[in-house]
Design a protein around this ligand. Structure first.
Ligand code: PEP
Ligand code: MG
Length: 549
């Protein structure tokens, strides 16, 4: 049987399913039957606590022997394990049992008491309350003989199947064991999907029927096709192995510039979220940075970072790319990236409210502080800095931002194209902006009127829709007419087949999460510019778009 979903990237994986267990229900607070003595319950709890403690310690040990990212989890797991061996917690649970509670309820109440205490202390302790809760849930799951909730543990590699994953779940994945992720919810541009892509995990999201997959079932997950094949034949497994080998071959071109078969250069750039992401960008052969999402400096703070702090971060990034293009995006606050000190709380429809440049213009101190920091960082380094504003509606806003940016001494100032209005006005925009970078995640969201964070409208969230491609063509045509560079920095650029179409439409550069660079580079090299243009003509006609049934 074949289950359809939305593939992230091009990877293929074959392996057995392990389901992420659903959250446990709260154990009933009914008295324990008299036939079950307290000693028996205490013995069961003691065993479960010891088992959870040993399990977490074993995972800590394994993490300590893993790669750099996994190593960081070791001390956290060790600290969490200690909760399960805390004598005062065990004593509290035993007291509850002696008072007539069931083992499960006693554990629930025992942990809940300490969780409440941690929360009341606040700060670091309050943050540990969630960890404590997780340990309690593991103990209760063991007592009930059901799988523990959260990311499962396995000695052997597996395909993780879940309703959806939180960013924390995705970060906790053991990359040596996770062959692929399949979710029944979540859209292709959800932040979970972006994370899966950034970590190079084979993933198919929004596959509703995946909810019926069973533990241990053998499946083929094909992200390029967006399918999960259950009960595969030997022939299908061989084909999947061949696809995996093809992906490995794509690595061979790493280090070469992006180009079509006939040598038409399409620079392949990286999307990065913090200066340290320069490492994977360079590792995967990015020719520069096409999108630096500057939000990381602002998220989690109660006020904007100082100009000095920002200058340091931008200079850190720029210094990693001497002589290369680095496009930094101004703060994009609002909608799916709300910031408490900038985003109004009472917007009924935040995606259509204050976000991007609209937010910045309401907070000139933030806008000017960021421009000042960018100009200072530019003066300290040798990268080729380009600066752009998000969520720009038309040529008037573009002209405003370009003029302002230049008044701070910035040399290349451009705008993102994320809403249909700017595409429709592209010929005017091309006469005032130094460049345009197309954010296909939002351009798709706004063209198709489909919230990018909603799984229920995931079918609409595809840049393969000819309406989205025609928007892109309007911008590319205007750029080429007026000699203004046009890039794509949304997730569409990371889809190798779509990247060929974008090149054929006339886009000049593509920027994507670094792990996608190999596949895009390899696919572009298979097509001459003329062939890409022919493919683009078909795509613009809707030949590759499959409407939902
Ligand atoms: C986009 O909208 O395509 C984009 C690149 O910006 P973000 O995903 O950060 O909104
Ligand atoms: Mg966007």
């Amino acid at each position: 049987m074949e289950i359809k979903g939305v593939g992230i990237g091009r990877g293929v994986a074959v392996g057995p399913v392990i389901r992420m267990a659903a959250p446990l229900e709260e154990p009933a607070d009914t008295p324990r039957p008299e036939s079950i003595p307290a000693e028996t319950e205490i013995e069961r709890v003691t065993k479960s606590l010891a088992l959870v403690n040993a399990d977490l310690n074993r995972r800590a040990e394994e993490a300590a022997n893993g790669d750099e990212a996994t190593k960081k989890a070791a001390p956290i797991l060790q600290a969490i394990a200690m909760f399960a061996s805390d004598p005062s917690l065990a004593e509290g649970i035993n007291t509850f049992i002696k008072q007539g509670k069931t083992a499960e309820r006693a554990v629930f109440d025992g942990f809940a008491g300490i969780e409440a205490m941690f929360k009341a202390i606040g700060g670091y302790q309050a943050e540990r309350a969630a960890d404590l809760h997780d340990v309690g849930q593991r103990v209760i799951a063991d007592l009930l003989g059901v799988p523990a909730p959260g990311v499962p543990y396995s000695e052997t590699p597996f395909v993780l199947v879940a309703e959806d994953l939180s960013p924390a779940d995705t970060a906790a994945l053991d990359m040596d064991k996770t062959l692929a992720i399949v979710t029944s919810q979540g859209g292709p541009t959800s932040h979970t999907a972006i994370l899966a892509r950034a970590r190079g995990i084979v993933a198919v999201v929004s596959a509703a029927e995946a909810a019926d997959l069973k533990d241990g079932e053998q499946v083929i997950v094909n992200a390029a096709a967006g399918t999960i094949t259950t009960d595969p034949t030997e022939e299908q497994i061989n084909a999947a192995e061949h696809a995996k080998a093809k992906a490995a071959a794509a690595k061979e071109l790493r280090g070469k510039p992006g180009a079509t078969k006939d040598g038409h250069h399409i620079p392949l750039l990286a999307n990065v979220g913090k200066p340290a992401d320069a490492d994977p960008a360079l590792e995967y052969g990015a020719e520069g940075v096409g999108l630096f999402r500057s939000e990381f400096l602002f998220i989690g703070n109660s006020e904007p970072p100082s100009v000095e702090e920002q200058t340091k971060a931008y200079a850190e990034l720029l210094s990693r790319f001497p002589g290369k293009k680095v496009v930094i995006r101004m703060l994009d606050a609002g909608a799916d990236k709300p910031l408490p000190f900038l985003t109004p709380e009472d917007e009924p429809n935040p995606a259509l409210g204050l976000r991007g440049l609209r937010t910045l213009r309401e907070h000139m101190n933030v806008l000017e502080g960021q421009l000042k920091a960018l100009a200072a960082a530019d003066a300290q380094t040798d990268a080729d800095l380009w600066v752009m504003a998000p969520m720009v509606a038309d040529e008037h806003e573009a002209a405003y931002f370009v003029k302002l940016g230049k008044s701070f001494g910035l040399k290349k100032v451009g705008v993102m194209a994320e809403v249909p209005s700017i595409a429709i006005m592209a010929d005017k925009v091309a006469q005032v902006a130094d460049f345009v970078s197309i954010g296909t995640n939002d351009l798709t969201q706004y063209t198709m009127a489909a919230d990018r964070t909603l799984g229920s409208v995931a079918n609409y969230q595809t840049a393969w829709h000819p309406a989205v491609l025609r928007m892109i063509k309007l911008i590319a045509d205007a750029g080429n007419k007026y000699g203004m560079p046009v890039g794509v920095c949304g997730e569409a650029a990371a889809d190798p087949d779509l990247a060929v179409v974008l090149a054929g439409i006339g886009v000049n550069s593509l920027s994507m999460t670094p792990v996608a660079l190999d596949d895009v580079r390899a696919e572009l090299a298979n097509w001459t510019l003329e062939e890409a243009q022919e493919k683009a003509a078909k795509a613009l006609n809707g030949d590759f778009y499959k409407p939902a049934e």
